[in-house]
Design a protein around this ligand. Structure first.
Ligand code: UD1
Length: 358
């Protein structure tokens, strides 16, 4: 079987890596790694290929940044040509970025089967571009591979026949389990002078947090205040960096607020485990902190990953509520929650079985 594995943006690489490694070992499959080029800076892409021991992509579409329509259109146009030429048996897409939806549209329209890993997640918030991507991808894909039972319920509610749905668990956790020992040896915390459980790890890149000047300024004010008592490590996403510059937000006021360039996968995992708490708007960090049982505040009005709240690690917060939520979290225990079922490091195996059966 010829299987295309599509990746595009930073959170995709962790989801594709365990599938690639498992398919390479199987004697019935020939995986072809397709990178759309949605993320292209070396610290947003190449660094992850190295960390996750992925080879250079077999196919690189080089689409780059653009508006939603531009990016989606460019991926569809380039990928359709590749699909016509290669006719894979399956296209496997992951997550919820623009390229996930674009490749699904291109493939299903010319009769090529698509499997979606991390299907069924819903924030029920259509102002998020990712929610539109999830809805379109799941409506079209032939095989919907879900991380948790809430995702199955969402899909069934949308009228998707159960025969297209398989609960396989969380693919991100395969990568986490495979890399944890090496991640623990990351020199980053020591380099930054951080004590275990004595700092906050922050990542923010959602348009709802960083594209509005007043919101971003309010968040940065709160982080500067926090850093006076607890050191804050904040690797800055290129979108966020761009907005700091555009809005003229000053960045060098407080030495304990450590703003870094984007960091690699293993460094991030190490910070997630060692942090006193995580403050984020990333989907992946909500899940990784849940597995590592590090308390997490999610700076969003909703989450498509409600299981991370149900098991007790994660809590939603708002910019105006940040100060009191941080105070509360600092008074609670250093570990909380429990690991959801099937977040066990063996999801890739179950995905391969589902593909074979289908
Ligand atoms: C994208 C995904 C989002 C995911 C995030 C993870 C969509 C709609 N959004 O958001 O779901 O959580 O990736 O990082 O697919 N840029 C660079 N270098 C890069 C990539 C981007 O400088 O390598 C800058 C560009 O100015 C670009 C901006 O970041 O315009 C936003 O990039 P884009 O891929 O459009 O969206 P993200 O915010 O990264």
């Amino acid at each position: 079987m010829k299987i295309h594995l599509v990746c595009a943006a930073r959170p995709n690489f962790m989801k594709v890596a365990p599938l690639y490694h498992a398919l390479k070992k199987a004697d019935w499959a020939n995986p072809v790694l397709v990178h759309t080029g949605q993320h292209y800076d070396s610290n947003m892409s190449d660094a992850f290929f190295e960390d996750l021991r992925l080879p250079k992509p077999d196919i690189h579409l080089g689409v780059g940044s653009g508006t939603h329509a531009e990016q989606t259109g460019k991926v569809m146009i380039s990928y359709e040509k590749i699909l016509d030429d290669q006719r894979p048996d399956w296209v496997v897409v992951v997550g919820d970025v623009n390229s996930t939806m674009a490749c699904t549209l291109a493939a299903t329209k010319i009769g090529i089967q698509v499997a979606h890993v991390e299907a069924g997640l819903r924030s029920f918030d259509r102002t998020m571009p990712e929610e539109i991507n999830r809805l379109v991808t799941d409506a079209l894909a032939d095989l919907l591979l879900t991380p948790s039972p809430d995702a199955d319920e969402n899909l069934k509610r949308e009228g998707i026949p159960p025969s297209r749905i398989r609960l396989v668990g969380n693919i991100m956790i395969d990568t986490l389990v495979a890399n944890l020992e090496r991640a623990r040896r990351s020199p980053l915390p020591e380099k930054l002078g951080l004590q275990s459980k004595g700092f906050a790890y922050v990542t923010l890149h959602r348009p709802s947090n960083v594209d509005d000047k007043d919101t971003l300024a309010l968040i940065m004010n709160e982080l500067t205040r926090l850093a006076k008592t607890v050191p804050v490590v904040f690797p800055v996403h290129p979108r966020t960096r761009k907005m700091f510059v555009q809005y003229g937000i000053p960045l060098n006021g407080e030495p304990s607020l450590k703003l870094l360039d984007p960091i690699g996968y293993r460094d991030s995992l190490c910070l997630t485990e060692k942090a006193r708490f995580v403050l984020t708007d990333s989907g992946g960090l909500q899940e990784e902190s849940t597995y590592l049982r590090t308390p997490c505040l999610t700076l969003r009005p909703n989450t498509e990953r409600p299981i991370t709240i149900e098991v007790g690690t994660n809590k939603l917060t708002r910019p105006e509520q940040l100060a009191s939520d941080i105070e509360e979290i600092l008074q609670e225990g250093q570990q909380r929650g429990r690991i959801p079922e099937l977040w066990d490091g063996r999801t890739a195996e179950r995905v391969l079985n589902a593909l074979l059966q289908a």
